[in-house]
Design a protein around this ligand. Structure first.
Ligand code: ZN
Length: 530
């Protein structure tokens, strides 16, 4: 047998939750061709990796990655690949850059620049097929994408608060069908984001009728806004109702306890388990941190977003309209803007304020927090992002982490980093999510390594139909991560977030070394999958 790469002497975790075994792995081309003993005479390989004392598992699959634009700007994507993430599933929350006409690409990439950063101008993103070409063999990791509710709604109805019915709904359904035919792994929506939030439950059900033809799931960020349009006031009841009515699979994005519900996992999961017992097919994901990250326009009610960035800028730059906007922030029940931190600020003028608390910037400028936010958005032309400050109470923080690891025991859970790899002070999950979970948290709460690995590999591969990935076996793609089970750790923190983890010496994507001795190799062997 001829191999291109041989990994010798490692402890293999195959991704199925089977106990680890000692085995060599032989790779030829893009695939694993042998798992077992490889005699030392088989030395034709161009490369041998000594994995003695290390664990070898399938590459991690991130089911919630906001690297849509970051991957287009820098295909090396060290923040993900250095953690062992060999596949990124982009466009969660339905916030993505395809399928969009040239004009809508210009408009929506501007609108989303606070989350995604600014992508290259003028790319052909007119279909999922066109978008896939912009990633294929241009990134270190594989890239899979959802069909985004945002772009589909934009193409059908523009950035307007109108219902999708009649011919508009037909346009949306046809685009969704085309996207799924071209390889989208499901429909994703974020019902607190625009234009998605202008939908009602009936619209989502109509779209899911299409998704059902392809047996693909709905990945959902629950509704906080426009609750009056939703079955059961939005949230979990609306999501379950969509799956019930349409008989489709449901995937809950970033579902965990928070400071107000820490320690109450059973209560959190009760409605999910009830629906499951009644036959609804549900999976879920989380990241191992107590707080999230977003962009500031998430604090403002729906009317502000109408017409898109050009109209929003007019509002932000007009004193009366800005005062009205601040006044109407109370219409929505989103997190209090106090206690947030700027993660990403585009201009040199304000860049030094990255990492500052909103309250401190407001004090510095001598204005209210709300006024500071609107001014920053105006000065930055919307290209600014934020995260929540972690709880001051360490006990609460630890309890949420304990809850998260308890959730990961469930066979229906997987890991979505929700990474926003943009700016100078991003949420630490972008560089640390996977390493944190399989490193310090797994060891702190003493969970079996093969169980945590399964949630990061086989589980997402099966749920999102990533063919021949997520397990180690003969014939599968050689997406592999080699790590030091005792010493793998995240090193990114809220104070110093852009630090790569330790204990992940080798990462292989489609048979090619993407990380070697804890350094990125520059090889861009990632594919647009599935
Ligand atoms: Zn997200």
């Amino acid at each position: 047998m001829v191999f291109d790469v041989i990994i010798r002497g490692g402890t293999v975790i195959d991704g199925t939750e089977a106990p680890p075994v000692q085995a060599d792995i032989g790779i030829a081309g893009e695939r694993i061709t042998t798992v077992g003993d490889i005699p030392s005479s088989a030395s034709d390989s161009t490369q041998t990796i000594d994995a003695t004392g290390l664990h070898v598992s399938p590459g991690f699959i991130d089911v919630h990655s906001h690297a849509d634009a970051a991957l287009l700007n820098d295909g090396q994507h060290a923040s993900g690949i250095r953690q062992g993430v060999t596949t990124e599933i982009i466009s969660p929350d339905g916030l993505t850059l395809a399928p969009l006409s040239a004009e809508n690409y210009r408009m929506y990439s501007w609108y989303l620049s606070g989350i995604l950063g600014l992508p290259p101008e003028g790319l052909d993103m007119s279909s999922i097929e066109a978008a896939r070409k912009n990633y294929h063999h241009k990134t270190s990791c594989n890239v899979a994408t959802f069909a985004g509710h945002g772009p589909i709604r934009l193409e059908a109805a523009g950035m307007n608060d109108v219902p999708l019915t009649g011919s508009k709904l037909d346009v949306a359904k046809n685009l969704l069908r085309e996207s799924l035919e071209q390889g989208a792994v499901g429909l994703a929506t974020g019902l607190s984001y625009y234009p998605n939030s202008w939908s009602d439950t009936d619209e989502l059900c109509a779209l899911m009728e299409v998704t059902k033809e392809f047996d693909r799931p709905l990945s959902i960020h629950l509704r906080n806004h426009n609750k009056d349009r939703a079955f059961g006031d939005g949230g979990v009841p609306e999501a379950i109702e969509i799956a019930r009515r349409t008989g489709t699979k449901l995937h809950f994005e970033h579902f965990r306890t928070d400071a107000s519900s820490a320690g109450r996992v059973d209560e959190l999961m009760a409605p999910i388990d009830k629906a499951k017992s009644e036959g609804v097919d549900i999976t879920l994901e989380t990241y191992p941190y107590p707080v999230g990250s977003s962009f500031p326009q998430a604090f403002f009610p729906g009317y502000f977003h109408e017409g898109g960035p050009e109209e929003m800028m007019k509002t932000l730059n007009d004193e009366d309209r800005r005062a009205e906007l601040i006044d109407r922030m109370s219409e929505i029940s989103y997190t209090d803007p106090h206690g947030n931190v700027w993660t990403h600020i585009n201009s040199n003028k304000n860049k030094h304020l990255e990492g500052w608390l909103f309250d401190d910037v407001a004090k510095e400028w001598g204005v209210s927090v709300q006024e500071m936010m609107t001014r920053m958005m105006a000065e930055e032309s919307l290209a600014c992002g934020m995260r929540v400050a972690p709880p001051e109470n360490v006990h609460v923080w630890r309890q949420i982490e304990e809850d998260i690891m308890q959730l990961m025991v469930r066979p229906d859970y997987m890991v979505g980093s929700d990474s926003i790899p943009v700016g100078g002070m991003p949420h630490p999950r972008a560089h640390g999510c996977f390493a944190r979970m399989i490193g310090r948290l797994r060891r702190r709460y003493n969970y079996p390594v093969e169980q945590v690995v399964q949630r990061m590999t086989q589980n997402p591969a099966e749920r999102f139909g990533l063919t021949d990935r997520g397990v180690i076996a003969t014939g599968k793609f050689a997406d592999l991560v080699i790590f030091d089970e005792q010493n793998i750790n995240d090193r990114s923190s809220f104070e110093d977030p852009k630090v790569h983890p330790e204990g992940v010496p080798f990462v292989i994507v489609n048979g090619k070394l993407a990380v070697e001795n804890e350094k990125v190799t520059g090889v861009l062997a990632g594919q647009a999958i599935p």
